[in-house]
Ligand binder design. Structure first.
Ligand code: FAD
Length: 653
């Protein structure tokens, strides 16, 4: 199983044990186990921070594989991709390289909750990730299956990781930090109809039982079980697309990465998606299949927001459900029927699909299947993603109970940063809920844990008007370079240029002041008469009007504003949100200032007349913190709840 990877002619290859081809050391600062979305970001981030890093994964060919849907981003998830990119991660640039259908979701709502999303060409995505890893200094990639985690007991109940042992006869490898990102592979079992077999994903064996044993028995970690599933892949030329509704991509694709102004795929080359709906025939087949479907009979929790067709029919009988037919690649003849994840026997899968008019002659290339796997209850982790009781052991991705590539990538990056810092004897870092979705994700995991596969939504972020996809670079890139050490100088310089450009543009806008009557006259031509009421005098306030774009202002006042046209969309969004964000920032600063505020032990949290969730009330009632600062640090406490509490106590005093 010893192997190194090389990249020739744009294709990744595996060459087995070529002596002297690339040295494999015995000792590393960081070893990352698993080459999925968490593992690749973790390995790249650890190396960027300066750690000698080794990525060990079962199959080099599957590094960067999209196990399920060929897409990236979406509402909440797109924000994560932008943040990973702002910290110099891989997935945003990979999405721009591999995207074949770009659309920004949630356009009817404000830009803070827009969700950049793309359908991907699977092969291009994988190729990009593999090429990036192989070109990363201080990073080696190795094919192998990790059999065991090596740990030393420091004192009862406290361990320190020392390395890994591979399957076969390879000698152990030592490391100061190890990051486990084994996805759906830990004690993985695949389900199809009534059959089940060990596996992490179709075609791939599960992670060795030795790894699970170390986690459970040696380290005493609490481990739970979750499940997920995937739909059958269907042949495009067997689908009657005239009976489906065409869903075109955006005419102007929006790149994920702050480094890209264009996507690799030209706007006119993008492929469409199609929409179809389930029929009563689909419900009938689901009901007939239940006895032959052991996955659906299990009690293990599956993804609530990405349920199987069996779960959807059982929960909402008689309802017609949407099914998106999504391309799997630029030249692929496969379609991915999103919404039809299923685990019934293959012949019934075919019968079910053919109940949908556009699919009446459909052929299946690979049947859908389910997977059940172990996850480690994430409340056992610190905000750095290090296991609380084991020095140097970090966990990221699906192993922490999340679902989705974006959630995995975000955790992977942060675990990579901290594993490297730990190995290099630098202090570990946390991202807060008030500065990033990554902070929200990790805080939710480590303070509340999961009872079902966790996915990101914008509603989970209390300060979502601050945490917008358009400003992730300003929030994270500067910090990523100056404090964290995971951002390149090139990206940092670009972020500084953008920040200074935006500040200059805002100060120019702020200095442009006229009477509302004069503004109406000035803007008459550039807004083509659309302009209705203008009652403000400052240009920054004017830009808050729906009817007025930055381009309108720049057309009217080119001398002052044309130099900043490259930022026109960002300036518009910033102008709309700035007043609200200023208020939010003040609230955050107020909380920090009032850390020492005394909270009376007599407070009746259960009936306090403020807007607090029952969960928060119960936590406060149980713990009875003596200061506001202590309350902010309670697991499960949200910044919004702290603001309400602070307002209440201030008024009462
Ligand atoms: P993975 O991408 O699973 O990567 C794990 C990696 O670890 C693999 O490369 C594996 O080879 C390697 N590995 C495991 N054990 C070892 C070992 N002992 N030694 C060396 N290498 C090891 N997400 C959604 O958002 N929606 C869905 O509907 C959905 N459905 C899914 C259906 C299926 C059948 C599967 C398999 C996944 C599904 N996912 C879905 C989940 C999505 O694929 C994951 O969230 C994402 O890939 C997790 O990334 P990860 O890096 O944590 O793990």
């Amino acid at each position: 199983t010893w192997a190194c990877a090389s990249l020739r002619n744009g294709l990744s290859r595996v060459s087995r044990a070529p002596a002297g081809y690339r040295a494999i050391h015995r000792r590393y600062d960081v070893i990352v186990v698993g080459g999925g979305h968490a593992g690749t970001e973790a390995a790249a981030a650890a190396a960027r921070v300066g750690a000698e890093t080794l990525l060990v994964t079962q199959k080099i060919d599957t590094i960067g594989a999209l196990s399920c849907n060929p897409s990236l981003g979406g509402v909440g998830k797109g924000q994560l991709v932008r943040e990973v990119d702002a910290l110099d991660g891989l997935c945003g640039r990979a999405g721009d390289r591999a995207g074949i259908h770009f659309s920004v979701l949630n356009r009817s709502k404000g830009p803070a909750v827009w969700g950049p999303r793309a359908q991907l060409d699977r092969q291009r995505y994988r190729d990009f990730i593999q090429a990036e890893l192989l070109a990363t200094p201080r990073l080696e990639v190795m094919e192998g299956s990790v059999e065991e985690l090596l740990v030393e007991e420091e004192r009862p109940g406290r361990h320190r990781v020392t390395g890994i042992r591979l399957a076969g006869h390879a000698p152990p490898l030592e490391a100061s930090s190890v990051i486990l990102t084994t996805g759906t592979f830990l004690s993985g079992f695949l389900f199809l109809g009534q059959t089940s077999s060990p596996g992490g994903r179709i075609g791939d064996p599960p992670s060795s039982s030795g790894l699970s044993r170390t986690l459970k028995e040696t380290l005493g970690l609490q481990v739970g079980r979750l499940r997920t599933g995937t739909p059958p892949r269907i042949l495009k030329d067997s689908v009657d697309l005239t009976l489906a509704t065409l869903h075109p991509p955006d005419q102007h694709p929006t790149p994920f990465s702050f480094l890209n102004t264009h996507t690799h795929c030209k706007p006119e080359e993008q492929l469409p998606c199609y929409l179809v709906r389930t029929t009563p025939g689909v419900d009938r087949v689901v009901m007939e299949s239940l006895d032959d479907n052991s996955h659906i009979q299990e009690d293990t929790k599956g993804p609530r927001y990405c349920p199987s067709i069996e779960s959807r029919v059982l929960r909402f009988p008689g309802r017609s459900h949407q099914v998106w037919l999504e391309p799997e690649g630029m030249t692929s003849n496969l379609l991915y029927p999103q919404g039809l994840s299923m685990t019934m026997p293959p012949d019934m899968q075919l019968r079910l699909l053919r109940q949908i008019p556009a699919l009446h002659r459909v052929e299946i290339s690979t049947p859908g299947y389910g997977v059940q796997y172990d996850y480690v209850c994430p409340t056992q982790l610190c905000p750095s993603l290090q296991v609380k009781t084991t020095q140097g052991l970090f966990l990221a991705g699906q192993i922490n109970g999340t679902t989705g590539y974006e959630e995995a990538a975000a955790q992977g990056l942060w675990a990579g940063v901290n594993a490297a810092r730990s190995a290099l004897a630098a202090p570990l870092l946390a991202l807060s809920r008030t500065e990033s979705y990554i902070g929200v994700l990790i805080d939710d995991l480590v303070t509340r844990g999961v009872t079902e596969p966790y996915r990101m939504f914008t509603s989970r972020a209390e300060f979502r008007t601050l945490l917008r996809p358009d400003n992730a670079d300003l929030r994270l890139t500067l910090k990523g370079f100056e404090e964290v050490g995971c951002v390149s100088a090139q990206r940092y310089n670009e972020a500084v240029r953008v920040k200074e450009g935006l500040e200059e543009a805002f100060s120019t806008l702020g200095s442009l002041s006229r009477s509302p009557r004069d503004w109406r006259k000035t803007l008459e031509t550039s807004t083509k008469g659309v302009l209705r009421i203008v009652s403000f005098s400052r240009a920054t306030e004017l830009l808050q009007y729906n009817d007025i774009t930055y381009d309108d202002l720049a057309a009217a006042l080119p001398e002052s504003l044309a130099p900043f046209l490259e930022f026109s969309q960002r300036l518009k969004i910033e102008a709309v949100y700035r007043p609200h964000c200023e208020l939010q920032k003040k609230e955050i600063q107020r909380i920090e200032r009032e850390e020492g505020m005394y909270l009376s032990p007599d407070l009746d949290y259960l009936s306090l007349p403020v807007s607090l969730s029952n969960e928060v009330r119960e936590i406060l009632d149980r713990v009875r913190p003596t200061t506001l600062g202590a309350a902010t640090r309670l697991p499960g406490m949200t910044p919004a709840a702290i603001v309400h509490l602070l307002n209440f106590v201030t008024q009462k005093n």
